[in-house]
Design a protein around this ligand. Sequence first.
Ligand SMILES: Cc1cc2nc3c(=O)[nH]c(=O)nc-3n(C[C@H](O)[C@H](O)[C@H](O)COP(=O)(O)O)c2cc1C
Length: 380
Amino acid sequence: MHTEICDRLGIEFPIFAFSHCRDVVAAVTNAGGFGVLGATGHSPHALGIDLAWIDEQVKGKPYGVDLLLPVNYDKTAPQRGAPEQPQAAEPAGPRFPAGYQAFLDDLLTRYGVPELPGHLPASAGALSVSPQAASNLLDVAFGHPIRLVASALGPPPADLVRQAHDRGVVVAALVGTAEHARRQQAAGVDLIVAQGTEAGGHTGQISTMVLVPEVVRAVAPVPVLAAGGIVTGAQMAAAMALGAQGVWCGSVWLTTEEAETDPSVKKKMLAASSADTVRSRSLTGKPARMLRSAWTDEWESDQAPAPLPMPLQTMLTASAQQRINRNAGAGGSGATELATYFVGQGVGLMDRIRPARQVVEQMVADYLAVAENFAAQLQG
Ligand SMILES: Cc1cc2nc3c(=O)[nH]c(=O)nc-3n(C[C@H](O)[C@H](O)[C@H](O)COP(=O)(O)O)c2cc1C
């Protein structure tokens, strides 16, 4: 499974792990893959702490950072500002259009989800998705030995590409169509992640099986990684047969020992089939694949308002999500019905909790079994 991108990034296996959890990032990098820390929910201060911790754990082995840089976002939304600004912001309520808070209050009442205890601050749901906030995160990231910076939701700004290239950092971008891949190539991106609709998180409508060869053809010789639904080594072998130089996985790490996934959601994921996810705008304002739950169903109902644009929907729903997760964890049945999180269709293959290292090792072993099988077929 050794491809050109392995040499370029100094890794043993072309298995990329997107995770918001620093423990997963370090574990995958230490297992010979490449960990990528999702930093959009971090303040610059928190990112600095996590990257320093990763540096200590991986001792010079390569890892990267991922930012969300949407081409279109609501510029009227309050944004994270200076690097030293603390993570919590003022309560989000008053700036939302009429009816939204009332819809959420009614929803939480109908499902019997109790308020947060008074001593817990309500989450503000701040995302670092404005150009200024992303640039503050980048400044922090470039102070650490990152080897890759990835972005999603549109071509990265020219300044990001220039700064990364000046430092020898590989620029990666996630795409859901061949057209988007061409735009990324034109923007100077070094590595394209072709992410099929099966993926957890923000995702388009084209399947991985169709998208990967289309993108490989569109941007050759730029290397392409396959993403979306990939959980096993056999799927990795299939992706590489389609022309990908490796795989970029997000969902599979959510049920690892290291992941900080809410325990009630982890339990739901282990029980879920591939039919139990849905593309919904209910958490971020953009279509993102997540577990189908009473939450996603309620946002589809006739009584529900249309989700707000990014990043307002995240701010609107943050404290409700916090209440739901806290009470689902404590065994509240209404909260458990509502609980959801981003995950892809590969969830149907995620049926036990394992250390992240074991996921990497199993993927490699399964890949090799498939490759040997192919070789034997050629001889036979
Ligand atoms: C919980 C979760 C959160 C995600 N958040 C982001 C993100 O902030 N930025 C990003 O570029 N991709 C994000 N993704 C997408 C992943 O980078 C990756 O492309 C995707 O998970 C691959 O498909 P899979 O989930 O089937 O493995 C997220 C995925 C998941 C599961």
